[in-house]
Design a protein around this ligand. Structure first.
Ligand code: PMP
Length: 290
């Protein structure tokens, strides 16, 4: 038997979980999702992820037909039904099955599924030696059009950026927002260290408010490191002492080169290393047990 997944209220074998070709999640990317992680049978920031899922759904007027507490329980049940101690969990809520038109009112019942599996984003060497990224031509979605704070099933903006990075031979893309300010990467937030202060772009630039980003801000405060949101240009990045990305899948990934410019010493910096250590410790100790 393969992986067990949560599918519309039931735990089923992955081979039994089939979505209709009339599902608007598939036809139009009409839906929302979350990526969550567990470490040693502790689900990290589960409530925060579920809250963000419901906020994304609320903004797109998608009513999730279960309470947040039931969603939390469904995630825990999915993990218990499988044998993974360290998992990557994907929660997806689509508008459901409709007709071939856009109208979401034709979709009577959201499709809900939860997968608990594994994810490997970057090779190990990235965490030891750091990674090179480039700025890509595709800007991040404008918040006035489709706010990146909505974690929707429409990831084409990010996918285009990922393709542009891959075409240039690097694994991650720096995306700019309106007016050319630094926004985020394809599935990660970005931080720099300048004169001992941790800086990251504010949400209004047009980014997803990352849960890892928030954890890093908390860890910085605990470590008595200055940290704040600030509008950043590429010049700020190029001249930073340190740079790193944050995300549920990526965790904390050091950046050592941007658009050919070496960042700091060209090696992962001290503040980054400290935060990576503290983050690792936090994931070991905090979370919902299953
Ligand atoms: N930005 C984007 C566009 C993302 O998809 C993600 C991953 N969900 C992030 C940032 C990082 O967010 P988090 O730390 O909550 O995983």
């Amino acid at each position: 038997m393969g992986l067990k997944v949560y599918f519309n209220g039931k735990m089923v074998d992955v081979s039994q979980a089939k979505v209709s070709i009339y599902d608007h999640g598939l036809l139009y990317g009409d839906g929302v999702f979350e990526g969550i992680r567990s470490y040693n049978r502790l689900v990290f920031k589960l409530k925060e992820h579920v809250d963000r899922l419901y906020e994304s759904a609320h903004t797109i007027l998608l009513k999730i037909p279960m309470e947040r507490t039931e969603m939390i329980q469904a995630v825990v049940n999915t993990l218990r039904a499988n044998t993974l101690s360290n998992a990557y969990i994907r929660v997806v809520v689509t508008r459901g099955v409709g007709d071939l038109g856009l109208d979401p009112r034709k979709c009577r019942q959201p499709t809900i599924f939860i997968i608990a599996d594994k994810i490997v984003l970057y090779p190990d060497a990235v965490y030891k030696k750091g990674m090179e990224i480039i700025t890509v031509p595709t800007p991040r979605n404008l918040p006035e059009a489709l706010n990146p704070q909505i974690k929707s099933l429409n990831y084409l903006n990010n996918i285009l950026a990922k393709i542009e990075a891959a075409n240039a031979g690097v694994s991650e893309a720096l995306m700019l927002g309106a007016n050319g300010y630094v926004a985020e990467c394809t599935g990660e937030n970005i931080f720099i260290v300048r004169k001992g202060t941790l800086l990251t772009p504010p949400a209004y630039i047009g980014i997803l408010k990352g849960i890892t980003r928030c954890s890093v801000m908390d860890l910085a405060a605990k470590a008595k490191m200055q940290a704040r949101e600030e509008v950043l240009t590429r010049h700020d990045l190029y001249n930073a002492k340190e740079c790193f990305l944050t995300g549920t899948a990526a965790e904390i990934a050091p950046i050592v080169k941007i658009d050919g410019r070496v960042i700091g010493t060209g090696k992962p910096g001290k503040a980054t290393a400290r935060l990576m250590r503290d983050f690792r410790q936090l994931t070991k100790t905090a979370g919902v047990r299953y």
